[in-house]
Design a protein around this ligand. Structure first.
Ligand code: SER
Length: 320
């Protein structure tokens, strides 16, 4: 029997891209997209979609049974900036959705889970450069606390109930197919939209705030690579460090200026600066490299060229 996948949060930044890739591999009908809001036209047109509020455990169970789901990709979450503004929802959504899905696997209804963690699991006392896999973790955001707790549950469910759960600590993700929403690293997506439309961007982080980031094709490849690896090669069940490219707002602005010569950036910090200051600047992902041959492909230059090419075409098509 072929695998049947359920992607929860398919309308979000990662989901929009992951569904397209997974459908290429598993077949359009075998990847069920689901989200609390309706999804992109492209996703709807080429495969099944279910409206799902992941807090509705009953409906989740019905969908899993109806489609005979074997793997769940749980992408629904409140990200760092939004969760700071809505503490209760951030905590309950991020934790409850995760425990519902872990329990589905524990009870034998599904076989495999992908659950994303984040660089937000680290905190101000974590070494900032080349942050190791195992280190001090004292997150001071709601999002970070929920992700660290989730990582501990992953490992617990694997050890205690043999649940095949796999996870990555994503850096800030940058892609052109979907907008980012509610994160501290969103500036690195928004800057491209504003550069192309207005040749001007107001950045809520200071110019020297270096953060770990990754271009979406790398993130999608890492996710699929991890999920397709043999269970024996996965030595970390909490969540893997994952590294792409590190830069600060000034560096990305300079790179964008090479494509958009009149581009101007101004800085106006807000509450997100404090969140960014608590996170690492670069990540050591040697475990991912050794365990399942991970290697990122995009540096800052390659990413900016590709982003601007694709986004410009997208905006051109919109006005046509
Ligand atoms: N991109 C996320 C955020 O900024 C971090 O995982 O919240």
């Amino acid at each position: 029997m072929s695998d049947k996948l359920l992607v929860i949060g398919s309308s979000g930044q990662i989901g929009t891209e992951l569904v397209l890739e997974l459908r290429k591999i598993y077949g359009e009908k075998n990847v069920i997209a689901s989200d609390i809001r309706s999804t992109s036209k492209k996703t709807l047109q080429n495969g099944p979609f279910e409206l799902l509020d992941v807090m509705n455990e009953k409906k989740l169970f019905q969908i899993v049974k109806k489609h005979k789901i074997t793997q769940v990709y749980l992408l629904a979450a409140l990200l760092s900036a939004r969760a700071e503004k809505n503490i209760e929802l951030g905590w309950s959504l991020n934790m409850r959705s995760h425990s519902h899905v872990l329990d589905l696997a524990k009870e034998g209804f599904i076989k495999k889970i992908f659950w994303p963690s984040s660089i937000a699991v680290f905190g101000p006392n974590t070494p900032k450069k080349n942050t190791p896999q195992f280190t001090i973790m004292e997150p001071n955001t709601v999002y970070g606390i929920s992700k660290l707790a989730g990582e501990r549950w992953n490992e617990y469910y694997f050890n205690k109930f043999n649940v095949d759960v796999r996870s990555l600590r994503y850096p800030g993700l940058i892609g052109w197919r979907a907008k980012a929403g509610g994160g501290t690293t969103d500036y690195a997506v928004n800057i491209f939209h504003d550069a192309i439309q207005k040749q001007k961007y107001t950045c809520y982080l200071s110019k020297n705030t270096t953060l770990p980031m990754m271009y979406m094709p790398d993130a999608i490849e890492a996710t699929i690579k991890l999920m397709e690896s043999k269970s024996e090669s996965i030595t970390i069940r909490s969540s893997y460090n994952l590294s792409g490219v590190s830069f600060n707002p000034e560096e990305i602005a300079n790179e964008i200026s090479k494509h958009v010569p009149d581009f101007e950036i101004i800085y106006k910090q807000d509450y997100r600066q404090k969140i960014a200051d608590s996170w690492p600047q670069s990540i050591n992902d040697s475990y991912a490299k050794n365990d399942w041959n991970w290697q990122s492909k995009y540096d800052l230059k390659k990413m900016c060229t590709d982003m601007i090419k694709n986004l410009s075409t997208q905006y051109l098509n919109l006005v046509k």
